[in-house]
Write a protein that binds this ligand. Structure first.
Ligand SMILES: CC(C)(COP(=O)(O)OP(=O)(O)OC[C@H]1O[C@@H](n2cnc3c(N)ncnc32)[C@H](O)[C@@H]1OP(=O)(O)O)[C@@H](O)C(=O)NCCC(=O)NCCS
Length: 196
């Protein structure tokens, strides 16, 4: 008989003191450019979020990442929030094959949670464009945007097993301040008795 108990995923809350941070010189290759926030890009952010997360561990931890429609909905909700920070929201676009064959490939957003603190949300780069410095460029642009609007502390959460993301954040200067456990309910089949 299958075990339908919750599974717990270890997550780190990480923070960065932006008063002591200065943007490094980021050399994202010239095949990419970053687009600042504009409401017409809401669907593009949602689609890139879906393509970045759908086959990853975080789509198990947060099932909404496994469907494109829920990623677009999530992006609309983020953009509608009071604390949404357009200055820290960026979309990466691949332009290496010419202006007529561009492709959106990375996303990041942030939400202000108090006067001086903001949470970074859902940085994602689509699989084909990974390992080329796109995430580093997105994160740097978002942090510079937070500084610009007077945020002094950036915070985020990351699944501990997500070594690429943890390494990206550590390298940028984030430090772990708390360990959390996220319970994930098992997907119960329509006829659980048949699942032996
Ligand atoms: C995590 C993620 C955003 C990294 O994107 P990326 O564009 O490939 O990252 P970059 O090329 O900018 O690399 C930046 C740093 O990330 C880390 N990193 C990226 N890929 C890595 C890998 N395969 N192994 C180890 N570290 C890696 C390294 O620290 C790297 O710096 P370095 O190249 O100087 O060593 C991407 O893998 C992704 O979208 N994953 C799925 C979504 C996700 O989990 N998002 C994080 C949610 S908290």
């Amino acid at each position: 008989m299958r075990n339908f108990k919750n599974r717990y995923y270890k997550r780190f809350r990480m923070e960065l003191d932006l008063r002591r941070w200065s943007a490094p010189e980021v050399r994202c290759c010239s095949d990419y450019r970053l687009l600042s926030w504009s409401p017409e890009l809401v669907e593009a952010h949602g689609e890139v979020k879906f393509l970045s997360f759908c086959d990853e561990l975080d789509a198990v931890v947060f099932p909404c990442f496994s469907q494109q429609a829920s990623c677009v909905r999530l992006m609309r909700e983020i953009a509608d929030k009071d604390g949404f920070i357009p200055e820290a929201t960026w979309l990466a676009e691949y332009v290496g094959a010419g202006e007529r064959l561009t492709e959106y490939c990375g996303t990041i957003q942030a939400i202000r949670v108090s006067r001086h603190k903001a949470n970074l949300q859902n940085i994602g780069v689509t699989p084909l464009h990974r390992g080329r410095g796109v995430a580093k460029a997105l994160l740097t642009a978002a942090l510079a945007g937070l500084q610009q609007v007077g945020v002094s502390r950036a915070s985020l959460e990351v699944t501990a097993e997500n070594h690429q993301a943890v390494s990206l954040y550590r390298q940028t200067g984030f430090r772990s301040v708390k360990t959390l456990y996220k319970a994930v309910e098992p997907v119960v089949p329509a006829n659980p008795a048949a699942a032996v």
